[in-house]
Design a protein around this ligand. Structure first.
Ligand SMILES: NC(=O)c1ccc[n+]([C@@H]2O[C@H](COP(=O)([O-])OP(=O)(O)OC[C@H]3O[C@@H](n4cnc5c(N)ncnc54)[C@H](OP(=O)(O)O)[C@@H]3O)[C@@H](O)[C@H]2O)c1
Length: 335
């Protein structure tokens, strides 16, 4: 029987698809007609063309499927609320409805995020309540995860939620191409001296953890934080990327509270003027850079033996090697 991966054209879903195929799984992906699938060329997968907005396409995509890995989502810090809601809440509900209607799915893996904790001052474990602080990504992922739990209680379909922290590696957007781009343009900002733990999770370690969680009976009905065990700071990560890219470490340095104030003002100005591009600072990004991202991972280590096999040095090296590849050069052309 088949496993279905949503979001396979994206960063996490793409790496997960490749790993599942290597393990010999029969993989189907949900992809839009517009999705870029270059990284999956020559990989034996079945493509179900569709959209999280299109219920009929989801009904077809889940036919004959045993495990669903739901990686698709709107993962950005700047978009209209309607877009966040449509994908991260409505899209989740549509997928859950299709799984329930068709029947046969034995495991559902939902990719949530540690942002659902609402950026607490101290990094927490999974017992911390889901906290909507009103920022659109956080709010939409809270509502999406709550929809998953309500559905699980109603249907009893074995479900596990993974809350990754800051995923990095080849093809990564938020913590890889965006930071590299800003570094090369000399626009990267170092906040609070870069001393805050970043909660980095190398993408292959994320994939390994997600598959382990899906295969463990103990994880049913549970949520798990996921990050690498070493937990470097933002400063260590950003400086390692800058060194590898042959550019300078950030020269713009801001205290956290000032950065938060500037982000709030930038967001307000961009909203009033209907500017479509993203401000240099958003409150979402600043919270991630100033609030401890070292969310506790003891539960994942205990319940499914999570380990980060790829080290920080190796993860950064693989990311830098990707920047030097053709795909990496077109994602981050530099100046
Ligand atoms: N990256 C991180 O650090 C991180 C951390 C914690 C949690 N997460 C969560 O992990 C998941 C994957 O993140 P990512 O970084 O891999 O994001 P990504 O690279 O932006 O990929 C998003 C994927 O979702 C698909 N998608 C979006 N809207 C869709 C729709 N309406 N119908 C079908 N597919 C749709 C995209 O397809 P197209 O290619 O067609 O646009 C793409 O394949 C997200 O749920 C995110 O919230 C990510």
């Amino acid at each position: 029987m088949t496993v279905l991966v949503t979001g396979a054209s994206g960063f996490l879903g793409g790496a997960l698809t490749q790993a599942l195929v290597i393990r010999g799984e029969d993989v189907r992906i949900l992809a839009r007609r517009t999705s870029d699938l270059c990284h999956l060329e020559n990989i034996p997968i079945d493509i179900a063309y569709g959209d999280l907005d299109d219920k009929a396409s989801l009904t077809l995509a889940v036919q004959g499927v045993r495990v669903v890995y739901h990686c698709a989502g709107l993962a950005t810090d700047w978009a209209p609320w309607e877009a966040f809601y449509q994908t991260n809440v409505g899209g989740v509900q549509n997928l859950l409805g299709a799984i329930e209607e068709v029947g046969g799915v034995q495991r559902f893996l939902h990719i949530s995020t540690s942002d659902v904790y609402g950026y607490p001052r101290e990094a927490c474990d999974e017992s911390h309540p889901i906290t909507n602080v009103g920022l659109p990504y956080n709010r939409s992922k809270c509502l999406g995860e709550q929809a998953v739990w309500n559905w699980y209680r109603k249907t009893g379909i074995p479900t596990t939620v993974i809350r990754p922290v800051s995923i990095y590696g080849p093809r990564g957007k938020d913590f890889v191409t965006e930071i590299a781009d800003l570094l090369l343009k000399k626009q990267m900002v170092l906040i609070d001296g870069g001393e805050c733990p970043a909660g980095l999770l190398y993408v292959d370690n994320a994939v390994e953890g997600i598959i382990q969680a899906a295969e463990s009976p103990q994880t049913v009905g549970q949520a798990y934080n996921l990050r690498d065990e070493t937990n470097e700071t933002w400063g260590e990560y950003i400086e390692a990327l800058a060194r590898g890219l042959g550019t300078d470490a950030p020269w713009i340095k801001l205290p956290g509270m000032l950065a938060l104030g500037l982000a709030a003002i930038s967001e307000a100005v961009y909203s009033v003027l209907h500017v479509r591009s993203q401000p240099l600072l958003t409150r979402h990004a600043v919270y991630i850079l100033i609030r401890d991202q070292g969310y506790l991972i003891g539960k994942a280590q205990r319940d499914f033996g999570f380990r980060s096999i790829v080290t920080f040095a190796e993860g950064v090296e693989r990311s830098l090697a990707w920047f030097r590849s053709e795909a990496g050069r077109s994602a981050v052309p530099g100046d």
